[in-house]
Design a protein. Structure first.
Length: 538
């Protein structure tokens, strides 16, 4: 069989290294990954091993956003992990180069890598270059906010169409510090990518070289006997959290790092984000809360100078092993600082925010936690009137119809891991709120997730979710909701007796799906505070 796929006699003496490719035409994030897979296989061959390319799926969050299709997004993380594990396990491959480009590719690849625990390197497909609309940089979030502006009459039909056509100029992942770029940086900080793999443009000589070197690196790791679980330690996850905070990264990093840690057998808790966040400032002025795109971080030197800053400040564990075979400190030894005059990454004397933007909320609305992304620009407290919607579609209709006013707290429920199922991202509603000019006067809470592109006063991942009888199911229109980022509290301002009375009347909803992948997912998935994992009770 292997002769038939191109093996020569001498190849049977070599280590076999799988190249897990997420190439697909369904999204620009992954359209170029077939070429990176070929480069990785070339790197494997030059190093003296034999590469075998195989595929797994990807889906497009951006295209499915705001539709029923988005229910499959987080599910795809599990499908990717399961499929890579299946091929690696079945074919008894000695190592793997995993290449991902879109949001769920990356944690999916890392979950599989942790499970099989064979020498591995992750390659990020790279960031997209910015589009241009009305002489300003544009990206996918610009389009979603354009929908809100269009609803308010600030952007006409022709303008919205022009924006659609120019916001995504070519291959690569969404251009801000959204989930894809956040997770790529987290994985590099975790030690599972080569230095600066996370901060390269998708279409560039550097990215092809990254894939080539990754192939050779896995061959070298085989010789050194270094496996992923030697790298993905508790301290390595602390490094990843630190880098995510310094970059102002996506709330999805909380969900994904918890899931990867579970696969690696590392005890990680959402409260670890709070502990680390107290001492780590936000330094990068990147979208969606900031003004720069990932390509501009690439231009000034990428991630490694920032990691060197954090290391010198004592905020990173320098003794953690990485896929280079060296430690974090050894990798960063010769890294030059950012040039003077750039303001993409601030110094410790002038941080964007002195502590983490990722806030873990508790309270009578979130007994086991909720996650907010509070940059400081939204303020740190919000008390408002609940406007309750039992699905994302209902909320979008209400927002675009002008039913949401300043001082409201939009409540979107039954969108959790089981209730959705699939924990959809609420980029469409949050962007519509921004586009209608309500970003500074309206808050939003949900048991669903947010896109890395979401900004505003928002709290998601609320658990237990409404479908499981969580307190979010008890909120009624007109109730007062209090969000306090300084106390990290999310509360429904009604007496306990009223809360108990409503709970007695609450009827749990039946499952939404009874067969197929969504039914299986809803049956096995954990709550968001545990990472929405599907093998937690095994």
């Amino acid at each position: 069989m292997l002769h038939a796929v191109g093996f020569e006699r001498g190849d049977f003496e070599k280590s076999q290294i799988g190249i897990a490719s997420t190439w697909s035409q369904v999204t620009p994030c992954n359209i170029h990954i077939d070429k990176l897979a070929l480069a990785a296989a070339e790197g494997v061959a030059k190093a003296g091993s034999k590469g075998l390319i195989f595929n797994t799926i990807t889906i497009s969050d951006g295209i499915s956003m705001g539709t029923q299709g988005m229910k499959y997004s987080l599910v795809s993380r599990e499908v990717i992990a399961d499929s890579i594990e299946t091929v690696m396990g079945c074919e008894l491959l000695d190592g793997v180069v995993a290449i991902g480009g879109c949001d769920k590719n990356m944690p999916g690849c890392l979950i599989a890598i942790a499970r099989v625990n064979r020498p591995a390197v992750f390659v990020y497909g790279g960031t997209i270059l910015p589009g241009c609309f009305q002489n300003k940089n544009a990206d996918i979030v610009t389009v979603f906010e354009g929908v809100g502006a269009h609803a308010q009459g600030k952007l006409d039909d022709q303008g919205l169409q022009q924006l659609e056509q120019c916001a995504i100029p070519g291959p690569g992942s969404c251009g801000g510090m959204y989930t894809a770029n956040t997770m790529a940086c987290a994985i590099e900080a975790l030690g599972m990518s080569l230095p600066n793999s996370s901060a390269q443009n998708a279409v560039s000589p550097e990215k092809k070289d990254d894939a080539l070197r990754a192939g050779a690196a896995v061959h070298r790791l085989l010789g050194l006997g270094i496996r992923p679980l030697d790298i993905m330690t508790r301290k390595a996850f602390e490094n990843a959290i630190t880098v995510v905070i310094a970059l102002g990264g996506s709330t999805n990093a909380v969900l994904h790092l918890l899931a990867i840690a579970h696969a690696a057998g590392v005890k990680l808790h959402i409260d670890d984000f709070t502990k680390i966040g107290k001492r780590v400032p936000v330094l990068a002025d990147l979208k969606p809360s900031g003004k720069y795109q990932m390509s501009e971080l690439v231009k000034i030197g990428g991630l490694t100078p920032l990691m060197k800053m954090l290391l010198d400040r004592g905020l990173l564990h320098g003794d953690c092993l990485t896929v280079t075979g060296q430690t974090v400190a050894e990798n960063l030894k010769g890294v030059k600082p950012y040039a003077k005059g750039q303001d993409v990454v601030h110094g410790f004397d002038n941080p964007i925010k002195p502590s983490s933007h990722l806030v873990v909320f508790y309270g009578n609305l979130a007994p086991t936690g909720g996650i907010g992304k509070i940059s400081g620009k939204e303020g740190e407290k919000f008390t408002g009137t609940a406007r309750v919607f039992d699905s994302e579609e209902q909320a979008m209709f209400g927002i675009l119809a002008g039913r949401i006013k300043a001082g409201d707290v939009v409540v979107i429920r039954y969108e959790g891991p089981r209730g959705g199922p699939g924990m959809r991202e609420m980029l469409a509603p949050t962007s519509a709120i921004m586009g209608r000019g309500l970003g500074n006067s309206v808050a939003l809470i949900t048991d669903g997730r947010f896109s890395g592109g979401t900004h505003g006063f928002v709290v998601g991942h609320i658990s237990p979710e409404a479908h499981e009888g969580g307190p979010l199911a008890l909120v009624q229109n007109g109730d007062t909701v209090s969000i306090d980022a300084t106390k990290r509290e999310l509360n429904l301002m009604i007496p306990d007796k009223e809360m108990q009375a409503r709970r007695k009347k609450l009827k749990l909803r039946p499952p939404v799906f009874h067969r197929g992948v969504l039914a299986k997912y809803a049956h096995t998935v954990s709550q968001a505070n545990l990472g929405a994992i599907t093998d937690g009770n095994l």
